[in-house]
Design a protein around this ligand. Sequence first.
Ligand SMILES: Cc1cc2nc3c(=O)[nH]c(=O)nc-3n(C[C@H](O)[C@H](O)[C@H](O)COP(=O)(O)O)c2cc1C
Length: 192
Amino acid sequence: MIRDLVIDNRSYRSFDESRRIGREDLVDLVDTVRLCPSAVNRQPLKYRLVHEPEEVEEVLSHTHWAGLLPDVKLPPDGHHPTAFIAVCCDKTITENPDSARTDCGIAAQTILLMATELGFGGCMIGAFEREEVALSLRLPKKLSPMLLIALGVPDETVMICDLPKDGNTAYFRDKANLHFVPKRSLEDVIVE
Ligand SMILES: Cc1cc2nc3c(=O)[nH]c(=O)nc-3n(C[C@H](O)[C@H](O)[C@H](O)COP(=O)(O)O)c2cc1C
Protein backbone atom coordinates (compact mmCIF):
# COMPACT_ATOMS: atom_id res chain seq x y z
CA MET A 1 0.00 0.00 0.00
CA ILE A 2 1.36 3.40 -0.96
CA ARG A 3 0.05 4.90 2.32
CA ASP A 4 2.08 2.41 4.40
CA LEU A 5 5.14 3.19 2.32
CA VAL A 6 4.63 6.92 2.82
CA ILE A 7 4.31 6.37 6.58
CA ASP A 8 7.44 4.18 6.72
CA ASN A 9 9.41 6.62 4.60
CA ARG A 10 10.55 9.03 7.30
CA SER A 11 13.68 11.16 7.25
CA TYR A 12 16.33 8.92 8.85
CA ARG A 13 19.55 10.36 10.16
CA SER A 14 21.30 7.32 11.66
CA PHE A 15 22.35 4.23 9.72
CA ASP A 16 23.82 0.74 10.11
CA GLU A 17 27.18 1.12 8.37
CA SER A 18 27.72 -2.65 8.24
CA ARG A 19 24.97 -2.95 5.62
CA ARG A 20 26.14 -0.79 2.74
CA ILE A 21 24.17 0.21 -0.34
CA GLY A 22 25.88 -0.89 -3.55
CA ARG A 23 26.10 0.78 -6.93
CA GLU A 24 23.56 -1.71 -8.38
CA ASP A 25 20.95 -0.60 -5.81
CA LEU A 26 21.51 3.04 -6.75
CA VAL A 27 21.33 2.25 -10.47
CA ASP A 28 17.99 0.46 -9.87
CA LEU A 29 16.63 3.54 -8.11
CA VAL A 30 17.65 5.84 -10.96
CA ASP A 31 16.31 3.41 -13.56
CA THR A 32 12.87 3.88 -12.00
CA VAL A 33 13.09 7.58 -11.25
CA ARG A 34 13.99 8.41 -14.85
CA LEU A 35 10.38 7.41 -15.70
CA CYS A 36 8.86 10.11 -13.44
CA PRO A 37 6.90 13.12 -14.72
CA SER A 38 8.87 16.16 -15.84
CA ALA A 39 7.68 19.67 -16.77
CA VAL A 40 7.39 19.93 -20.58
CA ASN A 41 9.01 16.46 -20.46
CA ARG A 42 12.42 18.17 -20.62
CA GLN A 43 13.99 15.75 -18.09
CA PRO A 44 16.80 18.05 -16.99
CA LEU A 45 17.76 15.98 -13.95
CA LYS A 46 20.96 13.94 -13.84
CA TYR A 47 22.02 11.74 -10.94
CA ARG A 48 25.53 11.36 -9.54
CA LEU A 49 25.84 8.10 -7.60
CA VAL A 50 28.06 8.23 -4.52
CA HIS A 51 28.86 4.91 -2.83
CA GLU A 52 32.64 4.62 -2.44
CA PRO A 53 33.22 5.04 1.33
CA GLU A 54 35.77 7.88 0.99
CA GLU A 55 33.55 9.77 -1.41
CA VAL A 56 30.51 9.32 0.86
CA GLU A 57 32.50 10.75 3.79
CA GLU A 58 33.69 13.66 1.64
CA VAL A 59 30.13 14.56 0.61
CA LEU A 60 28.89 14.09 4.18
CA SER A 61 31.42 16.65 5.40
CA HIS A 62 29.64 19.31 3.31
CA THR A 63 26.13 18.55 4.64
CA HIS A 64 24.04 19.85 7.56
CA TRP A 65 21.57 17.69 9.41
CA ALA A 66 18.57 18.34 11.68
CA GLY A 67 19.04 22.06 12.08
CA LEU A 68 16.24 22.10 14.69
CA LEU A 69 18.30 19.84 16.97
CA PRO A 70 21.59 21.73 17.30
CA ASP A 71 22.64 19.77 20.41
CA VAL A 72 22.36 16.34 18.77
CA LYS A 73 25.18 15.09 16.53
CA LEU A 74 23.49 13.67 13.44
CA PRO A 75 24.33 11.41 11.87
CA PRO A 76 26.14 10.01 14.93
CA ASP A 77 29.74 8.79 14.56
CA GLY A 78 29.73 5.22 13.26
CA HIS A 79 26.19 5.61 11.92
CA HIS A 80 26.79 7.47 8.67
CA PRO A 81 24.80 7.01 5.46
CA THR A 82 26.49 4.57 3.08
CA ALA A 83 25.48 6.32 -0.14
CA PHE A 84 24.26 9.57 -1.59
CA ILE A 85 22.48 10.40 -4.79
CA ALA A 86 23.21 13.95 -5.89
CA VAL A 87 20.26 15.21 -7.92
CA CYS A 88 21.66 17.68 -10.44
CA CYS A 89 20.13 20.01 -13.00
CA ASP A 90 21.70 19.87 -16.45
CA LYS A 91 21.89 23.54 -17.42
CA THR A 92 22.29 22.67 -21.10
CA ILE A 93 18.72 21.32 -20.91
CA THR A 94 17.21 23.96 -18.59
CA GLU A 95 19.19 27.12 -17.97
CA ASN A 96 17.36 28.01 -14.78
CA PRO A 97 17.62 25.19 -12.18
CA ASP A 98 14.67 26.80 -10.33
CA SER A 99 12.40 25.57 -13.12
CA ALA A 100 13.46 22.01 -12.25
CA ARG A 101 12.51 22.30 -8.54
CA THR A 102 9.23 20.40 -8.91
CA ASP A 103 10.88 17.68 -10.99
CA CYS A 104 13.52 17.41 -8.28
CA GLY A 105 10.93 16.98 -5.51
CA ILE A 106 9.07 14.30 -7.43
CA ALA A 107 12.32 12.46 -8.13
CA ALA A 108 13.56 12.68 -4.55
CA GLN A 109 10.36 11.33 -3.00
CA THR A 110 10.17 8.56 -5.59
CA ILE A 111 13.75 7.51 -4.84
CA LEU A 112 13.04 7.45 -1.11
CA LEU A 113 9.77 5.52 -1.46
CA MET A 114 11.48 2.91 -3.58
CA ALA A 115 14.44 2.77 -1.20
CA THR A 116 11.99 2.21 1.67
CA GLU A 117 10.36 -0.65 -0.22
CA LEU A 118 13.81 -2.23 -0.66
CA GLY A 119 14.56 -2.01 3.08
CA PHE A 120 16.67 1.12 2.91
CA GLY A 121 15.90 4.63 4.06
CA GLY A 122 17.37 8.07 3.97
CA CYS A 123 17.01 11.79 4.17
CA MET A 124 16.76 14.61 1.67
CA ILE A 125 19.53 17.10 2.29
CA GLY A 126 19.01 20.60 0.97
CA ALA A 127 21.46 22.18 3.39
CA PHE A 128 24.81 21.52 1.79
CA GLU A 129 27.70 23.48 0.33
CA ARG A 130 26.94 23.32 -3.38
CA GLU A 131 30.32 24.45 -4.68
CA GLU A 132 32.27 22.08 -2.42
CA VAL A 133 30.06 19.13 -3.33
CA ALA A 134 30.36 19.94 -7.05
CA LEU A 135 34.15 20.07 -6.66
CA SER A 136 34.37 16.90 -4.55
CA LEU A 137 32.30 14.98 -7.09
CA ARG A 138 34.16 16.56 -10.04
CA LEU A 139 30.82 17.52 -11.56
CA PRO A 140 31.05 19.08 -15.03
CA LYS A 141 30.18 22.81 -15.04
CA LYS A 142 26.87 22.12 -16.77
CA LEU A 143 25.59 20.16 -13.75
CA SER A 144 24.21 22.13 -10.82
CA PRO A 145 23.61 20.00 -7.68
CA MET A 146 20.07 20.71 -6.40
CA LEU A 147 19.49 18.17 -3.65
CA LEU A 148 21.38 15.34 -1.98
CA ILE A 149 19.62 12.16 -0.96
CA ALA A 150 21.45 10.36 1.83
CA LEU A 151 20.77 6.62 1.88
CA GLY A 152 21.50 3.62 4.05
CA VAL A 153 19.86 1.05 6.28
CA PRO A 154 18.25 3.10 9.07
CA ASP A 155 19.03 2.11 12.64
CA GLU A 156 16.87 4.61 14.50
CA THR A 157 13.16 4.99 15.21
CA VAL A 158 11.24 7.89 13.72
CA MET A 159 7.54 8.33 14.41
CA ILE A 160 4.78 10.59 13.19
CA CYS A 161 2.73 12.31 15.91
CA ASP A 162 -0.05 14.91 16.16
CA LEU A 163 0.82 18.56 16.39
CA PRO A 164 0.99 19.82 19.99
CA LYS A 165 -1.69 22.29 21.16
CA ASP A 166 0.54 25.28 20.43
CA GLY A 167 0.76 24.19 16.78
CA ASN A 168 4.54 23.84 16.77
CA THR A 169 5.65 21.71 13.80
CA ALA A 170 9.24 21.31 15.02
CA TYR A 171 10.46 17.71 15.13
CA PHE A 172 11.93 16.61 18.45
CA ARG A 173 13.61 13.70 20.27
CA ASP A 174 12.69 12.21 23.64
CA LYS A 175 15.10 10.94 26.32
CA ALA A 176 15.27 7.54 24.61
CA ASN A 177 16.38 9.33 21.41
CA LEU A 178 13.16 8.44 19.59
CA HIS A 179 12.55 11.02 16.87
CA PHE A 180 9.01 12.47 16.59
CA VAL A 181 7.65 14.31 13.56
CA PRO A 182 4.44 16.30 14.20
CA LYS A 183 2.09 16.32 11.20
CA ARG A 184 -0.91 18.61 10.67
CA SER A 185 -4.33 16.96 10.94
CA LEU A 186 -6.57 16.20 7.98
CA GLU A 187 -9.02 18.94 9.04
CA ASP A 188 -6.16 21.37 9.19
CA VAL A 189 -5.02 20.79 5.61
CA ILE A 190 -8.31 20.48 3.70
CA VAL A 191 -9.61 23.84 2.54
CA GLU A 192 -13.44 24.02 2.73
C1 LIG B 1 13.49 19.75 0.25
C2 LIG B 1 13.91 19.17 1.59
C3 LIG B 1 15.16 19.47 2.09
C4 LIG B 1 15.58 18.93 3.31
N1 LIG B 1 16.83 19.21 3.77
C5 LIG B 1 17.24 18.66 4.94
C6 LIG B 1 18.56 18.91 5.41
O1 LIG B 1 19.33 19.63 4.81
N2 LIG B 1 18.94 18.31 6.56
C7 LIG B 1 18.11 17.49 7.27
O2 LIG B 1 18.52 16.95 8.31
N3 LIG B 1 16.84 17.23 6.84
C8 LIG B 1 16.39 17.79 5.70
N4 LIG B 1 15.13 17.53 5.24
C9 LIG B 1 14.25 16.62 5.98
C10 LIG B 1 13.15 17.38 6.74
O3 LIG B 1 13.70 17.93 7.91
C11 LIG B 1 12.02 16.35 7.07
O4 LIG B 1 11.35 16.03 5.88
C12 LIG B 1 11.02 16.91 8.08
O5 LIG B 1 11.63 17.09 9.33
C13 LIG B 1 9.82 15.97 8.25
O6 LIG B 1 10.25 14.69 8.62
P1 LIG B 1 9.78 13.44 7.76
O7 LIG B 1 10.51 13.51 6.44
O8 LIG B 1 10.17 12.23 8.56
O9 LIG B 1 8.31 13.56 7.56
C14 LIG B 1 14.70 18.07 4.04
C15 LIG B 1 13.44 17.77 3.51
C16 LIG B 1 13.03 18.32 2.30
C17 LIG B 1 11.67 17.98 1.76
